[in-house]
Each structure stands twice: as structure tokens, then as C-alpha cells.
Design a protein around this ligand. Sequence first.
Ligand SMILES: Nc1ncnc2c1ncn2[C@@H]1O[C@H](COP(=O)(O)OP(=O)(O)O)[C@@H](O)[C@H]1O
Ligand SMILES: Nc1ccn([C@@H]2O[C@H](COP(=O)(O)O)[C@@H](O)[C@H]2O)c(=O)n1
Length: 481
Amino acid sequence: MPEETNSIDYVMEKASGPHFSGLRLDGLLSSPPSSTASPSHCSATASSSALSDSNAPNQPFVIGVSGGTASGKTTVCDMIIQQLHDHRVVLVNQDSFYRGLTPEESKRVHEYNFDHPDAFDTEQLLDCIQKLRGGQSYQVPIYDFKNHRRSSESFRQVNASDVIILEGILVFHDQRVRNLMNMKIFVDTDADVRLARRIRRDTVERGRDINSVLEQYAKFVKPAFDDFVLPSKKYADVIIPRGGDNHVAIDLIVQHIHTKLGQHDLCKIYPNVHVIQSTFQIRGMHTLIRDKEISKHDFVFYSDRLIRLVVEHGLGHLPFTEKQVVTPTGSVYTGVDFCKKLCGVSIVRSGESMENALRACCKGIKIGKILIHRDGDNGKQLIYEKLPKDISERHVLLLDPVLATGNSANQAIELLIQKGVPESHIIFLNLISAPEGIHCVCKRFPSLKIVTSEIDVALNEEFRVIPGMGEFGDRYFGTDD
Ligand SMILES: Nc1ncnc2c1ncn2[C@@H]1O[C@H](COP(=O)(O)OP(=O)(O)O)[C@@H](O)[C@H]1O
Ligand SMILES: Nc1ccn([C@@H]2O[C@H](COP(=O)(O)O)[C@@H](O)[C@H]2O)c(=O)n1
């Protein structure tokens, strides 16, 4: 979690059924978090479904936003959409799926309960989200709050996107709709604030008179909030007190979505970029090695663990041949034979930190070296190279823990290609990649593979990876201050 953690109480539990516990995002809480499922105490939740990387790379990220009437759901959605300006985001309102009133119902509209789950066509809503999630577009109905009907002529065409936000008072009510969501947000605003906003909105925008608003509120809105909306709060992963006023919560949510989309987007653009499946173990190791206060011993220990995972993952991308063996039971086991024509090449000096893991996985592997002098930030000058003579016949695992600008990597890759290594026989292994580095390498060498454990946010003006982990070589070999 980012620095703001200090001002946020959070508990993470495994999401077991609907009773999640979690993360309260009001930024001001001082009371200890509760792990009970009581919505009034355990306000917000970061279930493992929201924080683990379970979303399939090609599927849109679906966010459900619920809360009482006039709690600020639409306002929160607008703020999220604004901050996600570099992604394709669509907003779907549950209101669009209100069933139109029959002429008979219209005559007695004051007796109609618009806050009951049956007021919505949930089957159609489900169909809409399923289609959008599957990459299809959808013609969403247009609902008119003044005459309580859907437009018979027009629809709103909603296209496939990276993020789908579904907003409405009862979007957590139906389990099938809930199950389509990758993240569930509940906007929690005091009832009196909501009532005041509702009176203003319904009289100004929806052509109602104040008495009818108050009557509807007492007869239907409040009871339905207590019976249906409030009980669905327990399904939320994140609860935002004070709605759109809570900038800390919204920033955190956007940051989290950015991380996920950033990784997915680059993998979508470059199918040869592979980010190893994120787990809490991996994020824990990253948290340790990125911490500037960690001891050298721990930095090396946890870097080695991560490097080993990346190396193992990288080896999985090598070609193989089918092989059968006979087991001690006399049965035949059909397996595979590793590719043996391979070698490592480390970019000196940081890349040398990855050699041990490669040797531990591939007994007796030949490892070559390339030293590139960083000429300013251009990484242009090749100083030294020592490579296996028959390198052109081998698959090459290129080693460097950080991919920043991509200039050094490109220089090294160019040299390998000059030596006769086919581009598609090179797998570049690193712990952290900056998006700029990925673009730089993949645009020039589209058939080379990159295997990394995390893609960071960006490079800063000094060409350092942000958040990054500083000078890896200095920290690993103990030459930093
Ligand atoms: N933080 C806020 N401060 C003041 N007014 C707000 C705030 N959030 C929402 N509103 C106003 O309250 C009304 C309802 O907000 P909206 O976001 O549409 O709520 P919902 O979608 O939950 O019904 C709107 O008129 C909106 O401008
Ligand atoms: N014809 C209608 C349909 C719905 N309502 C009220 O709208 C509320 C839901 O919209 P929010 O933007 O406030 O979430 C709900 O409470 C219904 O009572 C209505 O008044 N007339």
C-alpha cells in the first residue's frame, strides 16, 4: 500500500463468502478496524478479490458502485472516470434498467415503489454487463424520471472498454450481477445529507414537488434503503465515507485500477510481455526490496527469491520436445524434455545478480557478459563483451533486474542479433520494467520475449523507474551509501 496507509485503518481477510472485512477509506479514522461483518463497524473492505491479480488480462475491469439515493455515487464515478482519462471507461447506470410504468401504474405513480429490486429489469442489466464484459457493445435504454418511462425510440450505444462502471442503489442486490464485478465500492453518506440533496435534485431536475418527495422518501425510499441497500453494503470491497468529498479514497481506488490496467494494457499491446502471476507473496517481496530502510542482507535475500521466480518463469518460455519415461511402477509417463541449447547473458553489473539463480536452475549453463557504459541516459557505449562462441545456435536468457529506458537493453539485444542469435530466441528477464522501457524494446524487437515480475508506473525526469527500487547493483553488491 502507498504512504497513505498511515491514515487508513485496514484489515485484510480472505474473502470467504459474502462477509468480507476490509479497508476503511475515510483517511481520518482513529478507531481500530473491526473484522466483524457488521456494516456499521466494518466499513470498508479490501477483499482479496479486489487486491489480487485475478482479472484475466483480456477482460474489462468491472467496478460496481452502490449506496443510498443521492449518496454521491454518480459523482464518485465521474471522479474516477476523470482520473482514468488514459483508459477507455464506460458508465452504466442501473436507473437505465427501470421497468417503464404501464398506463395503469402511471395513474397511481405515488403508490409505486421505485426502490424495490423488482422495479428494475435485472435480467436485462445482467445481459448488458455480460455482453460488455465479453467485448460486445450494448444498446442501453434511456430512462425518463419525469414520466417514469423508457424512451421507445432511442438508446445509448455503450461500447466495449477497459473499465466498466455499474452504478445504482441496488447493484449489489443480485448475486449474479455481483459476481461479474472485480471491485465493489459502497458510497456511504449520512441519511440527512442524502435527503437534503434528494429534495433539491428531485424538485429542480425531476419536476417533483417537495411534498411528494418527502412522502415518497418516508413511504418507500427509506424503508427500502434499510431493507435492501444497507444490507448489501457487506458485499463491498471498499466503502467510501462522504462520497465525492473523500479524495484520499478515490485516489487510492484509481491508483489500484491504474496498476492493474497498466499491466494488462501493456500485455495486450505486446503479447510477448509476460508479467508473472501476482500473489501476496510476490507483492510482499516487492514491498521489502523496494523499502529504502531494508538491510542489505534482506535486500539480497528477497531479491534472490524473486529472481529465482522470474528465471523459472522465463525457462517456461523455452521450446521443448515431448519425451516418454518409464516410472518405477512400470508405467509410461509422457512428459517433455528441456531445451538444452541455451545460455545466459548478463548485463554487467546488476545482471550478474541473476546468474546464481540461473545456474541453480540450469546445471553448467554457459553465461556470457556484456558491459555497456551509460552515456548520459542513452546507454549507447558498448565497453566489453564475452559471449559463448556458438551463441547463434542457442536460446539466450538476457539478464538485467531493471528495465528503465530500454536503451542499454536495446544495445545488448542488437549485439546478440549481430552475433547471429535470432530475435525470437532471446528472452529478457527482469524484476521491474518501466512502461517506457517496454515500449522502447518491444517496438524495436517485437518477437523477443520479456518476462518481468512487475510493471511500474513510469520513469521520472532523471530516467529513474518510479516507484522503482533505486540502484539495484549498488544495493545488491553493497556499494551504496
Ligand atoms: N460531495 C458533494 N457535495 C455537494 N453536493 C454533492 C456532493 N456529491 C453529490 N452532490 C450532489 O448531490 C446530488 C446527488 O449526487 P449524485 O452523485 O447524483 O448521487 P447518486 O448518484 O448517488 O444519486 C447531485 O445534485 C450532486 O450534485
Ligand atoms: N421514476 C423514478 C425512478 C426512480 N426514482 C428514484 O430514484 C432513486 C434512484 O436514483 P439515485 O440517482 O438517487 O440513485 C430511487 O431512490 C428512486 O426512488 C424516482 O423517484 N422515480
